[in-house]
Every structure is written in C-alpha cells, then in structure tokens.
Design a protein around this ligand. Structure first.
Ligand code: OOB
Length: 551
C-alpha cells in the first residue's frame, strides 16, 4: 500500500479512512487527562522494565513474564517488519485463546500495523470479506482449532486475493509459515513507533447490515477505556483475569479484559473452553479474581457453582454482559458463586456502562450500569431525535472520549449511524434511572442477539436468497430461555419449487462457509409475509406470531 505508508515523522492520518474527533474535542480530552499520549507497545515496554519477572500471561502450563511477552512481541515485530509489514498495514488475526494472541497483537501494535480482530468461529465468507475489504497483507491462524483446520481456508483465501501475501500459523504450518519462524533479534527493529492518535486496530461491529462494519480504535481512546474500566472494576497489579470468551472480542479484551489487566500489571489466564468443567479448575488453580461472561454462560455457571468440588473463593468479580441479563438470573449470581456481580453494557464502537461494585444490590441486579466517563455524553431520544422525558424509553445516542465518530471506509453507513454532530446511534432502546443508570429495554436495530453473539439478519437473508428454490426470506429473533434469542428464518419458496426440508436451508447456509452461530436455528416455510402499512415486511408481526416449530 505505498500511499498509506507514512514516513517516520508524519502521524498516520486516521481521518483518511474514517472520521475522527474534531481537533478542539481531542484537545479537551487531552486536557482532561483522558488521552495521555500512551501507546500499547509503549506501556508494555514500560511494565516489562518496571516488573520484568512478574507473570503476564498463563496458558495451561506456559507462563510468560512481562519481560518475556515484551521480548517476544519485539522480536516478532522485527521479523514482521523484515517481511515488509509496516505501519498502517492490516493483518487479520484469527486466534483462539492462546498466549500467542498477545505476542501477535503487541507486535502489530509496536509496528503500527492494524490487527483486524476476527473470531475463531468465522469461516470462509467472513474471512474472505475481512481480507479483501481491508486489503490485508497477512492473516494469522491456529493450525487446527475446535476440530477445524484453518490452513486450508487460508490457502483458498490467499489464492483468491493477491493483496494477502503471508499466512502465519500458530502450530504446524502446513504449506504456510510457522509463527515461530518469524522473529528476529530485537536490535533489528528500526521501524518508527506509531503515534498515540494513530489507529491501533480494527474491531468488528455486531452489525445490522449485509456485511460487518469495521470499527477503528486509536491507542489514545482505547487505553483511556482500559484505565477507566480498571478503576471501576477494581483491577490492580494483583488481579488475575480469566479470558473465557473469545480473546479478540471487545468485552474480554477491554472491559476491563486482558488488556486492562495487563495495563495494570496483573496476570491474564487463558481459558480454552467456557464450560464450568474447564473453567472452574482453572479458577481454583490460578486463583482467578475476575472474569467476564455472557448471560447464557452465567446461567450455566450459577447452576454449577453450588455443587462444584472446586474452590472458587478467589473470584471477587463476575462481569456479565453482551446481552440483557434477566433480573432473576442476576439475583442468583452472588449466592451461587460467592462473588460480586458487575453488569456491563458495552459496544465495540465505544461506550461501556458498568454497575459500580459498591452500588446497592438492587441496582446491580436491575440495571445495566452507567457510563465509564463523566465525558460520555448520553442522549435518549424519540424517532425524531428529540429528547424523551427523563425516565422514559428512547433510542440511545452517545458521544465521548472512546466512542468512534465513524466506521472505517463506510461513508454511507456513517451518514446513517451517526448524527451530524457526531453522536453514535447505538440502535439500543434504553431508559435512565434517577441515579443515572441505564436499563436496556429493547432494540431498534435489525440485529439478533443470540446469547451475546450478534447476527445481522440481512447478511443471512442474502445468503438464503441465493438458494435456487427460495423466492424470499426473512430472519427474525424468537425468545429462548437460555440464549435470550434464537433465529427463525421464514422462507417463501418459488412457485412450482419442490417442497424443501428445514435441514436443506440450514445445510445451504453452513456450506457457504459461515460462522456456525449464524446458521438459522429454526426454519419455517410460509406462503406470504405479514406487511406493514406501507408494504414492507413486518418483522414485528413475524416475531409475535412465531410458533417455535420443532426443527
Ligand atoms: C458487546 O459489544 P458488541 O459490539 O458485540 O455488541 C454491542 C451490543 C449493544 O449495542 C447492545 O445491543 C448489546 O450488544 N449489549 C447488551 C448488553 N451488552 C451489550 N444488551 C443488553 N444488555 C447488556 N448488558 O456486546 C460488549 C462490548 C463491551 C463490553 C460488553 C459487551
């Protein structure tokens, strides 16, 4: 990308690819001490100097000290630079919960190259899109994970995209390059460091459109959210954070997550599977003090807590978020697991709300918390962007020191998803209590929240429309006791088409190479869709008539 490779002295200009904060707003955030001019690689080097022998990352029986993590990241950065990876380049990172995740992302942070955070569940359709849209120069994968061989997918994507020059593999590389072959002596690293206002990475949006949008986060803004989260979640150098959810997701990464805990000088422990049988022995062995999980998992953990033979007494704080946590389930957490519940309502675009550790117990179980920062601006508005009366439900709009002003290379979406004065339209319906806590009451965006995993109906509908027998399709959420929501595809077959079984639709989606959680849970064949007054499909009616067919 010659035209995006800046020289050593020019800061990379994020506004070229996405709108950023107006200069006077940025100056205000700096003056307030929110943006302190730190970078990820800068603070890691500083921590490695201050407490080199302290453990930073534990993965099974591997323990990396801060010195080791820093050395590994620096040597990897040198090796990546020697292969031509440079500031501003995009690198799709699709790693499960392994220590190398941190080595890779800190190496990229040091170079100013941007990790694009894919999830382990993503398959060919998503990965091809991320690599193509971001013009990624490299793709980092495990050899196999959860029974799936990522190397064959990488070969296909690399063969299809000339911009993708390198595939790095954690484990057996097959025809690609082993990550262990890349590092060079740290002395060879001469690449300039990125500026604090540069982009640090691209995070994925949950999405309500045909393809996921990419969220550009800067060192300045993201590090501020870590510092703010640490303060509200009680994170210190003594904290031990268990990464239960996929490491690359914004929640386990930054709320306060692995990066928050590393920032504080604490220890990050990786959990390969989220079930209590895997997680509880690790909590006991590693004396985990804090972790974050989604509501369906919280139900399973609270169920298993009272009878587990494992000692969970080290656990102080359990964060639950990503989807609405019901009050009744929330009430069960503290008694079953012997820790403080902290609800978190956040979004990869920025704004994160937490209940405070010292909130009264009723507030903790009945609200989704309040914003991190006094400079998080919250508006709750009606359909015409007018403020609703205090305490009533409305659309949540937000603007602040760690909320983006626009998606990456998406001007049309930005015109819809942001107000003219820079507020992000979250798509969530909330109300505010007299104490300033937010309660999530619903959703206006066309998105399904399947236990914290977000699904954009349009993306799946477009795929199902590709089936030769399908005339039309509409994907809606149906309530589910465990996941909160499951997906139901209403399908109209073409006139004269042979009847199909639900399985045929599910198989068709699966074979397109999509994350498994996006395959419709249920399929129902109908002859017409309910319509709104102006003749659009009424998803509201479809949701309310859903019968829960058994398939
Ligand atoms: C987190 O981030 P995303 O980007 O996967 O999803 C954001 C959306 C929110 O707009 C909201 O619709 C929903 O997920 N959500 C919740 C919620 N937390 C997130 N809805 C109801 N109650 C909650 N507690 O999901 C995320 C990012 C950082 C921290 C935590 C979650």
């Amino acid at each position: 990308m010659p035209d995006t490779a800046p020289d050593a002295l020019t800061p990379a200009r994020p506004e070229r690819d996405a709108p950023t904060w107006p200069e006077e707003t940025a100056a205000r955030y700096r003056a307030a001490g929110h943006w302190r001019g730190e970078t990820f690689a800068g603070w890691l080097a500083e921590r490695a100097g201050a407490h080199p022998a302290r453990t930073a990352v534990t993965d099974g029986d591997r323990h990396w000290t801060y010195a080791e993590l820093h050395t590994r990241a620096t040597e990897l950065a040198a090796g990546l630079a020697a292969r031509g990876i440079t500031r501003g380049d995009r690198v799709v990172v699709q790693l499960p919960n392994v220590a190398e995740f941190f080595e890779v992302v800190f190496a990229l942070f040091r170079l100013g190259a941007l990790p694009v955070f894919a999830l382990p569940a993503h398959r060919e359709t998503e990965i091809h899109y991320f690599c193509e849209f971001t013009e990624a120069v490299a793709y980092v994968i495990p050899d196999r994970h959860a029974g799936y061989d990522h190397r064959a997918l990488a070969t296909k994507v690399r063969d299809a995209l000339p911009t993708l020059r390198e595939v790095f593999v954690v484990g057996d590389p097959g025809e690609h390059t082993a990550l262990t072959e890349v590092p060079l002596p740290a002395a060879e690293l001469t690449a300039p460091e990125p500026a604090p206002s540069d982009l640090a990475f691209l995070q994925l949006s949950g999405g309500s459109t045909g393809v996921p949008k990419l969220i550009p986060r800067t060192h300045d803004d993201y590090i501020y959210s870590l510092r703010g989260s640490n303060e509200l979640c009680g994170v210190t150098a003594d904290s031990v954070y268990l990464v239960v959810l996929p490491a690359a997701h914004n929640f386990p990464l930054s709320s306060p997550g692995s990066l928050g805990v590393l920032y504080a000088g604490g220890r990050v422990v990786l959990c390969p599977q989220p079930d209590p049988e895997t997680a509880f022995p690790i909590i006991e062995r590693e004396k985990v003090t804090i972790t974050g999980i989604v509501p369906p998992l919280a139900l399973v953990w609270t169920e298993a807590g009272p009878t587990t033979p494992h000692d969970l007494s080290s656990l102080d704080v359990l964060l639950v978020g990503g989807a609405k946590f019901s009050e009744s389930a929330a009430r069960r957490v503290a008694p079953a697991l012997g820790c403080t519940l902290q609800q978190v309502f956040g979004m990869a675009e920025g704004l994160v709300n937490y209940t405070r550790l010292d909130d009264d117990p009723e507030t903790i179980v009945t609200t989704q918390g309040r914003p991190i920062s006094a400079d998080d601006e919250i508006r709750i508005v009606d359909d015409n962007d007018e403020d609703v009366p205090e305490g009533e439900n409305g659309h949540l709009l937000t603007r602040g020191p760690y909320t983006i002003r626009g998606y990456w290379r998406a001007p049309e979406h930005n015109a819809r998803s942001f107000t003219a004065d820079g507020f992000y339209r979250t798509g969530d319906i909330v109300r505010r209590t007299p104490t300033g806590h937010l309660v999530v009451e619903g959703r206006a965006k066309d998105q399904i929240n399947r236990g914290g995993e977000k699904i954009a109906p349009e993306e799946i509908e477009n795929i199902i429309l590709g089936h030769p027998a399908v005339h039309d399709v509409s994907l809606v959420a149906v309530p589910d006791e465990y996941l909160g929501e499951r997906t139901l595809a209403y399908v109209i077959l073409r006139a004269g088409a042979e009847p199909l079984k639900s399985m045929a639709i599910k198989k068709f989606v699966r074979e397109k190479g999509l994350a498994a959680y996006k395959v419709p849970d249920l399929v129902e064949f109908v002859t017409a869709f309910p319509q709104t007054g102006i003749g659009k499909i009424s998803k509201k009616d479809q949701r309310s008539i859903a019968t829960t067919p058994q398939n």
